[in-house]
Design a protein around this ligand. Structure first.
Ligand SMILES: *[C@@H]1O[C@H](CO)[C@@H](O)[C@H](O)[C@H]1NC(C)=O
Length: 457
């Protein structure tokens, strides 16, 4: 129970001393009381009130001596925003025997249930509206492609990097949660389970394992989706659904879905077109009869989603087709632009010292804000020199290696390596290094002070 770090603290402080040091962390405070066994519950109640009452910022009135002592004893001032050790005994949906995480059993009154949980866990209330959990995953077995698992690891690392920089949680799933919901349908059971596991999050963000962040600075414009209460965001174009009737009118490999009852109902309907539904075979035929460019016979999640929008245009009130930036973008269009983009961004940094100032990774978002005015001219999406937000290696199949015959294998593999290093360079910068050659994953060079002000880069 007691971690070495905490027991070390314990030898320096008695519980009362802890209580008197108001700027100490909650975990120290709690640790002392944990020894009082029976008083645990009472303590938790007091603690939750206490952690609220304590102001968030460092107290400037604290005298210099005690401030110095604090610094010596603990170099990190831990101030958890949320209380991870508080789950009161009041009943919530988690105590309901009937409630199932399975995609087969619908959830009712989810909005009320979620609200009730949040009411009992008030430390999660601030910021709840912008809380995002990124969900991704891959198959339970090793990849057939000998370097498949290595690539998936790097794709995952990329997502972890993005989430760390922006303060999002991430969940990687590698089991099939419903035996019939395989391949592209596997994400729906995971997204549903993630909603139940994360009542504190407003959004679940599904990102396919073969998609990666190639703009580490860009932050989801969540307000845009709140403005008219949209509940589902996908990259797509209305015209391609209703006029062109194409199965690539949108891409279901990346989507943002609000953690609410509407989404539960929507996924129930969407999932019923999949292999767990009674009319799976029929759905495949229907999809192909409307969306003629769909080549394979089985019903798939993407065409299913397009079909739902096609049948009921009112759904557009709830589903936001994002086409303004690369919420997800096709790698074939994007990969050839990385070199020019790198050059443009380097120029910007040469011109504006503020952009190239060294900084802690934690404050990276601020530098994204600083850069924004310089990107006004860049445009976004196709033909733009703004870094593409997400590059999606559709058809490359890194895990199985069975890439679409349209592409030569080398194109896929080199494209992925280039994209991974392009993204990694944005992360490594904060650690003082850079890959000079995007196709060479092994080599990094140290970035000199004030990089890239001097020298040919
Ligand atoms: C990169 O920039 C050069 C010079 O401006 C241009 O000729 C070239 O077409 C650009 N490449 C791409 C892929 O956009």
């Amino acid at each position: 129970m007691v971690t070495p770090e905490l027991s070390q603290n314990k030898s320096h402080y008695s519980p009362m001393a802890k209580a008197s040091v108001r700027n100490k962390t909650s975990s120290w405070f709690s640790d002392g009381f944990l020894y009082l066994g029976g008083a645990l519950l009472a303590f938790l109640l007091v603690w939750s009130v206490w952690s609220y009452a304590v102001p968030n910022n460092f107290d400037p009135k604290m005298n210099t001596k005690s401030a110095a002592t604090t610094r010596n004893q603990q170099c990190v001032q831990e101030k958890p925003e949320v209380n991870l050790r508080y789950d009161p005994p009041e009943q919530t949906f988690y105590d309901d025997q009937e409630l199932s995480y399975s995609i087969e059993k619908p959830i009712r009154n989810w909005d009320e249930k979620r609200k009730e949980w949040l009411k009992h866990h008030p430390s999660f209330a601030p910021g709840a509206r912008d809380r995002v959990v990124l969900v991704t995953g891959s198959q339970p077995k090793p990849c057939k492609n000998p370097m498949g698992d290595h690539l998936l690891l790097r794709f995952f690392k990329n997502k972890v990097d993005y989430c760390r920089i922006h303060g999002y949680d991430i969940f990687y799933n590698n089991v099939l949660l419903h035996p019939k919901m395989k391949s592209y349908w596997a994400k729906l059971p995971v997204v549903k389970a993630a909603m139940l596991a994360h009542p504190e999050a407003e959004w679940i963000w599904w990102v396919d394992s073969d998609a990666m962040f190639t703009d580490m600075e860009y932050k989801l414009p969540l307000r845009r989706y709140d403005y008219k209460n949209h509940n589902l965001v996908v990259h797509g174009w209305e015209k391609l659904i209703y006029q062109r009737k194409s199965w690539t009118a949108l891409n279901a490999g990346v989507f943002l879905i609000r953690n609410c009852q509407w989404s539960m109902d929507f996924m129930e309907k969407w999932g019923s077109m999949g292999p767990m539904g009674p009319d799976y075979a029929k759905w495949g035929q229907i999809q192909r009869s409307v969306f003629k460019d769909k080549l394979f016979p089985e019903s798939d999640d993407q065409t299913g989603l397009i079909y739902m929008l096609y049948q009921d245009k009112n759904l557009m009130d709830k589903i936001y087709l994002e086409g303004e930036y690369y919420f997800e973008g096709y790698w074939v269009d994007i990969v050839p632009t990385y070199d020019n983009i790198t050059e443009k961004y380097t120029e910007l940094e040469k011109e504006d010292g503020k952009l190239r100032r060294r900084h802690a990774e934690k404050v990276s978002e601020q530098y994204g804000v600083f850069r924004e005015p310089h990107l006004k001219e860049a445009g976004s999406g196709k033909g733009s020199w703004r870094r593409p937000f997400i590059t999606h290696f559709t058809g490359c199949q890194p895990c199985s290696g069975d890439h679409n015959q349209m592409y030569q294998g080398e194109t896929c593999w080199n494209g992925m390596v280039k994209a991974l290093n392009f993204a990694d360079n944005q992360v490594l910068r904060k650690y003082g290094f850079v890959h000079p050659d995007l196709l060479d994953s092994n080599t990094v060079t140290e970035t000199p002070f004030d990089y890239p002000d001097e020298g040919p880069w």
